[in-house]
Design a binder for this molecule. Structure first.
Ligand SMILES: Nc1ncnc2c1ncn2[C@@H]1O[C@H](COP(=O)(O)OP(=O)(O)OP(=O)(O)O)[C@@H](O)[C@H]1O
Ligand SMILES: [Mg+2]
Length: 263
């Protein structure tokens, strides 16, 4: 369930985000906004820091982070990772990890119930959950058997991404960060992904989608396309920016000054 915005501020607002890892400054000063129901595509060369941005916002402990990131008025950077998820932030990993010994349906139900509890909603019982999970899995082309297996263990690349999408569909986050969710998905998977995102956007979920693939970016009809370069958002545009990056490559375009936020 999406919660109403708490103020006139954008749903997610990131300012002067600086991120260091292992003594290396990956992000210098990242600024962007995403409002409820908006979809922003984040492009950037390999190693430009897209995953770092997503992981730092989600609260990965390895990163040293400064600046601000507000979700619905709450300062995300002050919250531990689980409180960020409870606040409605969802991250789909570029490379979803295995969790051996933890059954997929129990993992997803436990996470869902923790989020429901934080919204004052009752727990969903195992029977009702299984009904929802099976319906979601069917929609996303994930065999039921994957629900009873350990999380991602032995899953194919595309099955991992579909399992991330199942979590997205069930958690109904306020803001979803999707890090190369399309990589590994076949054509039917990409179609299911676009349908799900389109539906959730209409219900108010905000999306930050990291992708290298113009075809899917065009299908998503983004509100904005951002380019991450030299540790900041160097360009902000519409689909034409994605088309010109795809046509010319990242190396061809010169470094620019940081783009104004929301431009
Ligand atoms: N633990 C680490 N130690 C040193 N450097 C790191 C570490 N983790 C990440 N980096 C570096 O940070 C930079 C940004 O990495 P990141 O994964 O965010 O890039 P990306 O934009 O997501 O790239 P890709 O398109 O390949 O997924 C890279 O140069 C990477 O090598
Ligand atoms: Mg990455």
């Amino acid at each position: 369930m999406n919660q109403a915005k708490t103020s006139g501020e954008p749903l997610l607002s990131v300012r002067k985000l600086q991120v260091d890892i292992a003594g290396k400054r990956v992000l210098r000063s990242v600024d962007f906004d995403v409002d409820a129901g908006e979809l922003v595509v984040l492009m950037g060369a390999n190693g430009s820091g897209k995953s770092t941005l997503a992981l730092a916002l989600a609260g990965h402990p390895r990163y040293e982070v400064s600046g601000t990131a507000h979700l619905g008025g709450q300062d995300l950077l002050e919250l531990p990772v689980e409180a960020r998820a409870r606040a409605g932030l969802f991250l789909s990993f570029q490379a979803p990890p295995d969790i051996p010994g933890v059954k997929n349906n129990l993992f997803i139900r436990t996470a869902l119930n923790a989020q429901r509890a934080s919204r004052g909603e009752p727990e969903i019982d195992a029977y009702d959950f299984l009904g929802q999970a099976k319906a979601g899995a069917k929609r996303l082309g994930l065999p039921d058997a994957m629900l009873a297996r350990p999380v991602n263990e032995g899953f194919s690349g595309g099955e991992r991404k579909r399992n991330e999408l199942l979590q997205l569909a069930l958690f109904k986050p306020r803001v979803a960060l999707l890090d190369e969710i399309d990589s590994g998905l076949d054509v039917d998977g990409v179609r299911a992904l676009v349908d799900l995102i389109t539906e959730m956007r209409a219900q108010g979920t905000a999306f930050v989608v990291v992708s290298h693939y113009l075809h899917m970016i065009e299908m998503l009809e983004p509100d904005r396309v951002l380019r991450l370069q030299d540790g900041c958002i160097s360009e902000s545009g519409d689909l034409e920016l994605a088309r010109s990056i795809t046509a010319q490559g990242f190396a061809a375009a010169p470094a620019r000054q940081a783009a104004p936020v929301g431009a």
